[in-house]
Design a protein around this ligand. Structure first.
Ligand code: ZN
Length: 300
């Protein structure tokens, strides 16, 4: 009897030790790899705990995404943006990062530019901004998937065109400065369209995390069909919506969505993080406005 109980105690302690080491190993690996994601263990609510450098995720005061309440936006004629060279034929790579699908132009390829003037106190955006990358966010159903929400209505996804201020030596440095990035955000809605066809033909080659296709030549003008500034933009000062959540983004969010097909959404949702996890619901929940102003501009 004594022996049996001893054995029972021993195996209980052993199991606890084993569980503890497995768990701490996993946490250790996540911290080492900065392996943030969108699961319960490494998702938005835990980002700040995964790494000290993600602290803004919990403590920042100008975080993104936000709810745009259009009734509270302020029309501003001193703010504008010019999208330039959208027709540039870029060469770059298309990658499954395990967190999104991302297109990144090669460092030596010509890229589209934007110039912007904004009317926020203390923020001067001189110099052009260069396209650094674009990527997608999506859900697991058509009722969710965008990061920003306009008047309570989410889109089924959102595409972000990230531009870096040319006054800094590349996007990796720009991202650390308050005037470092402009992100053009477009909600996605479901319909019939062919604007994403050329990009999506590469999706079967990047099904798993870290899969990539090199030398993808591409013009982003095909996404817009000349409607890139129609409807103007909502403009506010925010952050990256992914770790390290730096507060370096001036957001230009289009009120008009880009149309993606149901089949293309299915393809996005079938991408994988690993063999156990589908790459879905890679959108961050809304963050508080904290008194920030959201401007509305017309781009005429
Ligand atoms: Zn994004």
């Amino acid at each position: 009897m004594f022996k049996l109980r001893n054995y029972y105690e021993f195996s209980k302690v052993f199991r606890q030790l084993f569980y503890f080491s497995q768990n701490s190993n996993r946490r250790f690996n996540q911290a080492i790899l900065g392996a943030w994601g969108y699961t319960e263990e490494n998702g938005p609510n835990r980002w700040a705990k995964l790494s000290e450098s993600y602290v803004l995720s919990d403590e920042g005061k100008r975080q993104s995404p936000i709810m745009i309440d259009t009734g509270l936006t302020i029309f501003n004629k001193n703010t504008n943006i010019k999208l330039d060279k959208l027709d540039t034929l870029m060469t770059g790579s298309l990658k499954n990062t395990g967190q999104s699908i991302k297109y990144e132009p090669n460092s030596d390829t010509p890229v589209p530019l934007v110039e912007a003037k904004v009317d926020f106190p203390g923020l001067v955006l001189c110099n052009p901004f260069r396209l650094a990358e674009f990527h997608f966010h999506w859900g697991s159903s058509n009722e969710e998937g965008s990061e920003h929400v306009i008047d309570g209505k989410p889109g089924c996804g959102e595409i972000h065109f990230v531009y870096a201020n040319t006054k800094y030596e590349g996007a990796k440095i720009a991202v650390r400065h308050a005037d470092g990035l402009i992100v053009l955000g477009y909600m996605l809605s479901v319909g019939e369209n062919s604007v994403f066809d050329e990009l999506f033909k590469f999706m079967p080659e990047i099904k798993a995390s870290n899969d990539r296709v090199e030398n993808v030549t591409f013009k982003i003008s095909q996404f817009f069909q000349d409607k890139q500034t129609q409807g103007g933009f909502y403009v506010y000062q925010g952050s990256l919506t992914t770790p390290p959540c730096y507060e370096s983004v001036t957001w230009f969010l289009s009120p008009l969505p880009l149309v993606i097909t149901q089949e293309q959404l299915r393809v996005l949702r079938s991408q994988r993080v690993d063999e156990h996890t589908q790459l879905q619901q890679n959108f961050r929940p809304l963050k508080p406005l904290n008194g920030r102003k959201v401007l509305r501009i017309s781009c005429k």
